[in-house]
Design a protein around this ligand. Structure first.
Ligand code: CO8
Length: 373
């Protein structure tokens, strides 16, 4: 069978940082404005007063210390509380394709490939900028790729699910060199005015080159030993934004049209699912979890990742086994585990085994077992 490798990765990191202190200051200013505006209704018991957020809570509950965003001013403006993007004309590259091309070109350079050698583009992300044409086709054009492209969305598991599609396409011969790209502009679909979740997400884009092992020239190749995907329906993480909103005469600004979740429930339900998934995947390939040199896990919550690893290896372990990037990037939806893989693999040796694993809305879990060549 054709052996398939990941031969390069790339990362687009937005120019602006929002620290927890800045975020909380903006949220609390927004809450004070709302309480002032609704003072009479609050006094009459018709509306609850908004409660301030806190840096201590955010760091303790999630491990997040800051996040990168494409636009900072709009998010931190207490009279707005979401990013401000300029609408672009149809003949200009779209924002999502622009950041995707940036990450893609970096991944191509790392893999020693040109855009023209790519014959399949998968744009895999939790949100797409528009309905059509597919983002992947615009990205295909931006990097000068041939073949074909399409979009896919499995929320936080989009990247791992796309890596399996890429590996299968290469194995079956329908593609030779695949770009998987994950432009996550989460700031546009995060409810920055909701204290329960305003701290969770950040913007970023990751890219991965998946190709035949016999065409790969990169000095940093990772054989895809196996992939395993699983989904199980849940309403615990949900966003009802969609093309039928207008026909339903629903309020486009209603709370259910942006990200919402029952965080504690997700935490409790997903930790055992993710640990069992990884364990079963490794067992099917003939490996014990203790044989794994590194786990590049989905980056939603520090405590969640610690628990998944504890279930797998039976003890508390440090950052070396499962490096954390969410302290710097926050939750970047499908890009999180790929950022961890991108930033924390240089120290591994030939033959080392690793697992990239995502988990999130759906629920969805995807694992990719890799070995350094
Ligand atoms: N400041 C101060 N206090 C707060 C705040 C705040 N900001 N927020 C909540 N509190 C209070 C609550 O009111 C509560 O108070 P009380 O005890 O008096 O009722 C207390 O703190 C505890 O609240 P929670 O139970 O909500 O807090 P948790 O300890 O559970 O922490 C977390 C909340 C951090 C959200 C945590 O539950 C978590 O991380 N869960 C896992 C979530 C997860 O993994 N989600 C999946 C990721 S999302 C995904 O799959 C991608 C979707 C697509 C992306 C779309 C882009 C936008």
């Amino acid at each position: 069978m054709t052996r398939v490798v990941i031969s390069g990765t790339g990362l687009y990191r937005p120019p602006h940082v929002i620290t927890n202190a800045e975020l909380v200051e903006a949220f609390n200013a927004y809450a004070a404005l709302q309480n002032e505006k609704n003072a009479a209704a609050i006094a009459a018991g018709e509306l609850p007063a908004m409660v301030p957020s806190s840096v201590e809570f955010i760091e303790k509950a999630s491990g997040i210390q800051q996040r990168y965003v494409i636009d900072k001013q709009g998010v931190l403006d207490p009279t707005r509380m979401y990013p401000r993007f300029k609408e672009r004309p149809d003949d200009q590259i779209s924002l999502m394709a622009e950041i995707a091309a940036d990450a893609a070109n970096k991944a191509l350079a790392a893999a020693g490939k040109t855009g023209a050698q790519v014959d399949m583009v998968l744009c895999a992300a939790a949100n797409m900028q528009r309905a059509y044409p597919a983002m992947a086709i615009e990205i295909q054009q931006a990097i000068g790729a041939g073949g074909y492209g399409f979009d896919m969305n499995v929320a936080c598991s989009s990247a791992t699910f796309a890596i399996e599609q890429a590996a299968n396409a290469v194995r079956s011969g329908t593609a030779n060199c695949v770009l998987v790209v994950n432009p996550e502009i989460t700031s546009a679909h995060l409810e920055w005015r909701d204290r329960d979740c305003h701290f969770i997400f950040g913007d970023v884009c990751t890219a991965v080159i998946v190709e035949r092992a016999d065409t790969a020239t990169s000095a940093d190749c990772w054989e895809i030993v196996g992939t395993k995907l699983a989904t199980q329906f849940s309403n615990s993480i949900r966003n009802n934004f969609g093309f039928m909103n207008r026909a339903e005469d629903s309020d486009p600004n209603a709370r259910d049209k942006t990200f919402r979740q029952e965080g504690r429930k997700v935490f409790k339900e997903v930790v055992p699912l993710a640990a069992a998934h990884i364990e079963a995947h490794l067992a099917a390939l003939g490996f014990e979890p203790t044989a794994v040199r590194r786990f590049w896990l989905h980056q939603a919550n520090l405590g969640m990742n610690q628990l998944v690893i504890k279930r797998l290896v039976g003890k508390e372990v440090g950052d070396d086994l499962a490096p954390l990037i969410l302290n710097e990037y926050a939750n970047t939806a499908s890009a999180g585990s790929i950022i961890a893989f991108h930033e924390h693999r240089a120290d591994l040796a030939r033959g080392d085994l690793g697992v990239v694993c995502s988990f999130g809305a759906g629920y969805s879990i995807g694992s990719v077992v890799v070995r350094k060549l």
